[in-house]
Each structure stands twice: as C-alpha cells, then as structure tokens.
Design a protein around this ligand. Structure first.
Ligand code: XUL
Ligand code: CO
Length: 448
C-alpha cells in the first residue's frame, strides 16, 4: 500500500505522479530501480530499514542561491509576499512532494516551516499556525515526522553562537526557539529532536572563553532535555557533529568528540548522534568512520545522508549517490542493529544548475536507490562467512590463552614483558586489506 498523494489548490509538480518501483531494467528516470519499499532484506522491509526523510530546508526553502549569485530556481510555492500565505503554499508543495516520492518521513527547522516574527510571542504564533496545518496534512497522508529542530544560527543575533554566545540574552532567545521547536516536534509526533551547533564554536580563540562556552552548551542541552521529558517528548535527542563551517571551529567536531562531551556531562542515552556524511568528511574522516565510532559507543541515533565533493572539501550537501559510501555506511548500520527510531534524512540539495522541478525528484530517487543498493550489498557481505572470518580472525590471539587473560585485565606490564621475552619476535600476519576490498567489489557486481 502506498501513501495517499496529496495535491492542494495548486499542483506544484504537474505531470509527475507517484514514484514507483519499476526494477533494474526500467529506463524511466522517475522510477525506483532498486528501492522497493515492500522488499524484505535481512528480516525487514526496505522502508523499515531505511526510514527515508525529506528535509524542508534544502528542498523547499533553497532556490540555488550561493555566495556568488542569486537563486536559479523560481520555486512556484515561494511567490506570495506575505509570510502566512508563503508558508502555507510551501507546505502544500512539500506534502505533494513527500507523498509523490512516497518517502515515509520529513524533517524541519522552525523557520523553514514557519517565518520568524518580530517578537518571541509572534514567532511562537507563526510556528503554531504551521504546526496546525502540518498536523492536518500528516493525518490526511500518513506522513510522519522524523525530527524537528530550531534554526539558531541564521538570524544575525546568533552571529556569536546561540547557547555558547557570550551574551546571556542571546542564549535565552535561543532557548525560546528551542522550547517552541520541541513543542512543535511533540505535537507532530516527531521521533527525534536535533541540535546542530551551527555557530556553537569560535572565530577567534583569543577572545573566546572556550571552557565557559562548553559548560553553557552542556547546561543548555540538559535543560532542553529536562523540558522535553517533562512535556511529552520521549524520543531521542540528537547532536549532529560538524567540525567547521560556518565557524572556523565548532565544538561538536566529530563523533568521538561529541561522545566524550555527552558522557562527560551525563547526557549520553537521552542524547545520541546524528551523523552527516559531509560533516564526517569535513572532519577528515569517512562517513563510515563516524558511523562506526557512534555505533561502537552505542550512540548511533540517525543519519543525514548526503556527500561532499572530494575536490573542495566544503559542505556541498550533494545527494548520496556514491555506491561505496552507501555500502560501507549500511554495513555499519546493519551491524548496529538498524537505525530506528532514527532514519536516513536527505540533508542534500540539488545543484544550482539543476533547475527543473523534476530534478528534485530525480535527486531523491538516486539517493534512495543508492542507499537501497547499499543495504542489499551490505547484507550480502555481512552474510558472507569470508567477511566475518577475515575480520574476527585478525583478533584470534585474544580469543583464548594469554590474549584472553589480557582482555580480562589479568595481565600487567611485567607479565606482558615476560611473555614477550619468552615468545620472541611475533610472526608476521597479513592485514588482507586488498582481499577485503575485492570481497566487497565482488558483492557489488552480483547486483541488487
Ligand atoms: C548544516 C546541517 C543542518 C542540520 C540541521 O550543515 O547539516 O541542516 O542538519 O540544523
Ligand atoms: Co545535517
């Protein structure tokens, strides 16, 4: 059963019906070749595994503008000059897109869905108007909210940060937005709530009291958690690591940094990580690396699926069509037991030069197919004994005897020294990287 397609007073994507699975031989650019929501892989349907979400900001708020030039896409839903009408048109376009794409989830920032008012109370009222509308649209269509968040980085008041701002009044203003965005997330049944520390970092180390700012960040997150828990939010809070951009340094630099921070402040558990591929690469890691670090810590919460550009290193937020990234990433997700209640959110935008309305569909279809292929191939690899034997076999010397005693904490440095003296130079053991790479390539060419 597919979702009900929603079309409002205006059809924003005429000529495009619901996107369907047509199989690998289809040459229809507006069809899935691999993503078949009902197909069962490793005991669950693709829809249950992948939990795809469309994001509001890149897909319905961006128009292709970059620092060197204005927008290239005259979005039909962004014509009204008045805030309420523009937000309503945008929401109609968004629900038409979500349901035609047949993705189960969506994500928003407060001021992508609504528009900022001249006061805290005015902004709350604007957001509530759009929450009321979104609630109706969700009920009509069966769409669900993966996560909500607050944009506490675009308004100039946040130029020096939000919860790490040196001015307490700015911190309090950010709290008013986070409170309202948590309320909105609860009202829409959101399964997660995200903190991306857009400007939580610094531009000048010499003017910044980093210790104090980090303490404020931890206090702010704890108070948000307390508010959410007391007001009906039983989902997961997520921190989204990113090392830089827009700041020179952001405190939530990567998965391991955030893990340490959450543990230091007693936040781990209520808070997990939302790993974004392009943020991991900005930090000098791979997507799979940050997923692995989060999963090993028991803190893999959700994923912002996209990719960067290896040539420039910026946060280019391209659609995740790299098959290796998809396979490597889904291997971690499967080994971690899945991503629910998180999901795979396309925090990705079409290129400035991709100006046809259908390009938004083509981009999402490509990302969904790539990650579905990643899922099928990752499952194949993990089910291949050669993979487990190769990986586990490398640690065999810890499975029994003295190695096992070391793991159990029974050997000190003196005992280890004596064992080394007795056993002499260790025999060389091959790392077998190329064999593993070949296994993965062989699994890829066996198709999906
Ligand atoms: C920015 C980014 C954000 C967060 C939500 O790089 O990834 O869109 O995902 O604030
Ligand atoms: Co993101």
């Amino acid at each position: 059963m597919s979702r009900t397609v929603f079309i409002g007073d205006t059809e924003y994507f005429p000529g495009i019906g619901q996107i369907r699975y047509e199989g690998p031989d289809s040459d229809n650019p507006l069809a899935f070749k691999t993503y078949d929501r009902e197909r069962v892989v490793a005991g669950k349907t693709m829809e249950e595994h992948l939990r795809f979400a469309v994001c509001y900001w890149h897909t319905f708020c961006a128009d292709g503008a970059d620092p060197f030039g204005p927008g290239t896409r005259p979005n039909a839903w962004a014509r009204a000059s008045e805030g309420l009408q523009r937000s309503k048109d945008r929401m109609d376009a968004a629900f038409e897109f979500f349901t035609k794409l047949d993705a189960p989830f969506w994500c928003f920032h407060d001021f992508d869905m609504a528009w900022e008012g001249a006061s805290v109370a005015a902004s709350e009222k604007n957001l509530q108007a759009m929450v009321d509308m979104a609630k109706e649209r969700q009920a009509e269509t069966g769409m669900r909210l993966l996560w909500g968040t607050a944009n506490v980085f675009s308004n100039p008041r946040y130029m020096n940060g939000a919860s790490t701002n040196p001015d307490f009044n700015v911190l309090a203003y950010a709290a008013s937005q986070v409170k309202a965005a948590i309320d909105a997330t609860v009202e829409l049944g959101g399964q997660n709530y995200v903190f991306w520390g857009g400007r939580e970092g610094y531009a000048c180390l010499q003017t910044t009291d980093t210790k104090r700012e980090l303490a404020h960040l931890a206090m702010f997150l704890a108070k948000a958690r307390d508010y959410g828990r007391a007001n009906g939010f039983d989902g997961t809070f997520l921190v989204e690591p990113k090392p830089m951009e827009p700041m020179y340094h952001q405190y939530d630099a990567d998965a391991q940094t955030v893990t340490g921070f959450l543990r230091e402040h007693g936040l781990a558990g209520d808070f997990k990580l939302n790993i974004e591929a392009n943020h991991a690469t900005l930090a000098g890691h791979t997507f799979a690396h940050d997923l692995r670090m989060a999963a090993d810590a028991g803190l893999l919460g959700s994923i912002d699926a996209n990719r960067g550009n290896p040539q420039n290193g910026w946060d280019t937020d391209q659609f995740p069509t790299d098959l290796y990234d998809a396979v490597h990433g889904m291997m971690v997700v499967l080994e971690a037991g899945g991503i629910a209640p998180g999901g795979l959110n396309f925090d990705a935008r079409v290129r400035r030069e991709s100006t046809d309305p259908e390009d938004l569909f083509i981009a999402h279809i490509g990302g969904m197919d790539a990650l579905a292929r990643g899922l099928v191939i990752a499952d194949r690899i993990l089910g291949d004994q050669r993979y487990t034997e190769l990986k586990d076999g490398r640690y065999a010397s810890f499975d029994s005897g003295e190695g096992r005693r070391f793991e159990n904490g029974e050997l000190g440095l003196v005992e280890l020294r004596d064992l080394a003296a007795k056993n002499g130079e260790p025999a060389q053991t091959s790392g077998k990287q190329e064999l593993m790479e070949n296994l993965i390539n062989d699994a890829i060419v066996r198709g999906c």
